[in-house]
Design a protein around this ligand. Structure first.
Ligand SMILES: [Zn+2]
Ligand SMILES: [Zn+2]
Length: 412
């Protein structure tokens, strides 16, 4: 019987060395930038109670109704692989009893799971980096977290993005707007797609960002939240724009940014690129002042964002993989043990070193070449006796006999 080779699950990718180099760069940059804004890293569970997302993200959303990997465990509990990070962060924040400990600034990174139709840049297991700022309601914090997101993208060297912001109002001004919007949508109903008909019953604002052409064509005159804001929401939005101006963060107001999840209010934003086709959002978030309360906590304002790591990686240049400092070539059996020691001593100086494994000199030099080492250290009987190393710069071809301690000055 022929054994069948097993494949990874559809829409779930392996992170191989070149890709992981980019992920690491993105993660390291996030840690550095977010720490400079006094955000602390948290590591939260991948498995959560299914009910957490039903109550926060919303039962009627695509994420919860169609895309969650939810199942009953052996004890009969309904659990799921987290489809996003914010709900779990809020749960952890409440569970740790931090609601009276002043503002909390958290960031996280890790795998999320959604059983979406696989397509370019949309995976079923994907990684997100997110930040959540609990316990502050002002537009100043909104501006600052947007500034942090912008700095993160800038530090990554991703320049081809634009920031679009909107306001989604609050529980006092949105119901009126919703009714006005719904009345307008009723007059356009025939032109709208069947998904939008469903949205009219659940979350009519989501009709505004429908990607279907005929829907967009029916909407240019749709009423906008912006002209239906209550005074506090209007003030908040003005404050955000002033903050962004003070930080010299470029933005455009886009009244069609509504965010897919039900728990957002007031500030909503997306960083968008044209480099990834139709699904151009690389980092998105917003304010969610009602979420903590809806998960049975005390009223706590909060704002956050998340970015897809694989999508950010698609915007980065191929990493320079010339990370090997030295390849060690040992000439003859007698030099092997000595070469092992020298390689270890060079690593102890902080250099990355590959021992080419012995065998013929030709094979070892070939290895050094393939691994794109910057330098080759050759060790033969002469070098052993003199306690020296032959060091060759593979770029310039320059070669010199040096002591172990001199190597670091030249290579490091
Ligand atoms: Zn309002
Ligand atoms: Zn539609």
């Amino acid at each position: 019987m022929v054994k069948k080779k097993l494949q990874s699950i559809r829409g779930i990718h392996d992170g191989l060395p070149q890709e992981v180099k980019k992920w690491r760069f993105i993660e390291d940059t996030a840690r550095k930038v977010f720490a400079s804004y006094a955000f602390s890293e948290v590591r939260l569970p991948i498995l959560e109670p299914t009910e957490l997302f039903v109550r926060s993200v919303g039962e009627k959303t695509d994420i919860v109704s169609k895309e969650m990997y939810a199942f009953e465990d052996q004890g009969g509990d309904s659990i799921c692989l987290r489809p996003e990070g914010t709900a779990g962060a809020v749960r952890a924040y409440l569970q740790a009893g931090l609601t009276r400990s002043g503002a909390q600034r958290w960031f996280y990174m890790g795998a999320m799971f959604r059983r979406e139709r696989p397509q370019k840049g949309r995976l079923r297991q994907f990684q997100q980096i997110g930040a959540e700022y609990f316990g502050t309601s002002g537009p100043v914090e909104d501006a600052e977290i947007l500034g942090m997101a912008q700095t993160f993208l800038d530090t990554l060297g991703i320049e081809q993005t634009r920031l679009e912001i909107n306001t989604l109002g609050c529980s006092s001004c949105r119901p009126d707007y919703r009714a006005t919007l719904l009345a307008f949508l009723e007059t356009k109903k025939e032109a709208l797609c069947s998904t939008c008909h469903d949205r009219m019953g659940s979350n009519p604002m989501r009709v505004l960002d429908c990607k279907v052409q005929t829907c967009q064509a029916a909407l240019p005159d749709a009423p906008e939240m912006l002209s239906h804001l209550c005074a506090p929401c209007d003030e908040h939005f003005t404050g955000l724009k002033q903050g962004l101006a003070a930080l010299a963060v470029q933005y455009a107001v886009n009244p069609r940014i509504v965010r897919g999840l039900d728990y957002y209010n007031r500030t909503a934003f997306e960083f968008i690129t044209d480099q990834l086709g139709a699904q151009g959002t690389v980092l998105a978030g917003g304010r969610y002042d009602g979420l903590v309360e809806s998960l049975a906590g005390p009223a706590t304002p909060a704002i956050g964002f998340a970015a897809g790591v694989e999508r950010l990686a698609m915007l980065l240049p191929e990493p320079n993989d010339n990370t090997l400092d030295i390849a060690v070539v040992a000439l003859g059996e007698a030099a092997q043990a000595y070469a092992l020691q020298q390689a270890a001593a060079l690593r102890a100086q902080g250099l990355s070193v590959l021992h080419c494994g012995g065998g013929s000199a030709k094979r070892q030099f070939k290895t050094a070449d393939r691994e794109r080492a910057r330098f080759v250290v050759t060790i033969g009987e002469d070098e052993m006796q003199e306690n020296m190393l032959m060091l060759k710069n593979l770029n310039s071809g320059e070669q010199q006999k040096v002591t172990l301690t001199q190597v670091f000055n030249i290579v490091g």
